[in-house]
Design a protein around this ligand. Structure first.
Ligand SMILES: *Cc1c(COP(=O)(O)O)cnc(C)c1O
Length: 370
């Protein structure tokens, strides 16, 4: 039996809630299901305000606007990340200053951030790779000392914590993804998390095409109009209804994923102890939300051979990011600094199949082949 890399999980209630949204006759955004999803996050994790978006990329674009990025402003972003972490700021005219990863895991190396700060620096974007926290105390302390904003790219980090604090609630703003490859999905989808209350009003306006429509519908103003820039960042109620079904099953989904993750870890530990590859490193300050199970091979050749061997056995394992500082789009704009840890993860990291409907015996079969 073929084992894919990812398979979207359905809880069974998605179509029921989607039908309800249709039946209620409210299909555009910011209706009951949207509010329910936003309230879920605000109450469970303590965000000041959450706004659903059509993707995490959109939430990052909203964050870039809220940070008031002007052409030439500098934003510090890890190079080993998804394009959107940088792209959203580039669209506002930012210059990206790429940072290297840590030696122990692919997250941004907080100890190397301070050397990258100049008078033009405005924002730091920590990305919680595989849902494992960056060193947020260190990053927030640096940001405070230099008067910078912090936007957490928490695309992979739902229901994960740093020293007991939910990821996405620590920086000034944060962005989540509900893309079908994440733990909780709505096909395409995302959310902006707001932790600094001074951003709430403007965020609602940017979200609704630059208008104060949200205030109008709350009865706070008697007409609404054009107040600012913005776009149509909000998803339809049909998407929010789908997402609500997923959120109702969050605990069950997380428990199953963690069980599979632990099985992988236990079965692969002996090989890691022999130095064949490295397993994910989760620092004491971080939790694991089982978004991803990855190995770091000792070389590109070994990784290529491993992916090939798994493929011959109908198992799809995949590598991940190519360093953004050497991408076609950015290599001529990068300042030329070497980022050796990013390049090592680009060459050596491999992700194994990880999804709710994977079974423990699938994990045993995969580990047997490894
Ligand atoms: C998935 C992902 C994104 C993009 O999410 P979309 O919802 O597809 O826009 C951004 N950053 C990281 C780190 C991701 O993993």
């Amino acid at each position: 039996m073929r084992i894919p890399f990812n398979k979207p999980h359905l809880t069974g209630k998605e179509s029921h809630y989607m039908y309800q949204a249709v039946y209620d006759g409210k299909l555009s955004g910011n209706g009951e299901f949207t509010k329910r999803c936003q309230r879920f996050f605000e109450e469970k994790y303590g965000f000041k305000k959450c706004l659903l978006t059509t993707s995490c990329t959109d939430a990052l674009e909203m964050a870039a606007i809220l940070c008031d990025i002007q052409p030439g402003d500098e934003v510090i972003v890890p190079s080993y990340t998804f394009v959107s972490s940088a792209l959203a700021f580039v669209r506002q005219g930012a210059k990206i200053v790429f940072a290297d990863s840590m030696e122990c895991n692919p997250n941004i190396d907080a100890e190397k951030i301070e050397d990258l700060i100049t008078p033009r620096t405005k924002v730091i974007v920590p990305v919680h790779y595989a849902g494992v926290a960056c060193d947020m105390d260190r990053i927030m302390e640096i940001a405070e000392r230099h008067n910078l904003l912090v936007v957490e790219d928490a695309a992979q980090a739902i229901d994960s914590y740093y020293k007991g604090r939910p990821l996405g609630t620590i920086g000034h703003l944060s962005a989540f993804s509900f893309h079908e490859t994440k733990n909780i999905i709505s096909g395409e989808g995302g959310m902006l998390g707001i932790n600094d209350a001074r951003f709430i009003r403007r965020a609602e306006i940017i979200w609704e095409k630059g208008t104060n429509r949200a205030e109008f519908f709350r009865g706070e103003v008697n007409k609404y109009g054009w107040c600012d820039i913005g776009s149509s960042f909000l998803p339809s109620e049909v998407i929010a209804a789908f997402l609500w079904a997923q959120l109702e099953s969050l605990d069950e989904i997380q428990a199953k994923r963690k069980q599979l993750w632990n099985k992988y870890y236990e079965l692969l530990k002996p090989l890691a102890e022999q130095g064949r590859f490295r397993l994910p490193d989760i620092p004491d300050y971080a939790t694991n939300n089982a978004h991803m199970f990855y190995l770091v091979c000792n070389s590109l050749e070994e990784r290529t051979a491993l992916i090939k061997k798994l493929k011959e056995n109908d198992i799809l394992a995949v590598f991940h990011y190519l360093s953004l500082h050497s991408s076609d789009y950015y290599k001529d704009k990068h300042d030329g600094r070497q980022l050796p840890e990013c390049d090592r993860y680009a060459d050596c990291l491999v992700r194994l199949p990880m999804y709710y409907d994977l079974s423990e015996s699938d994990v045993e079969r995969i580990c047997g082949i490894i």
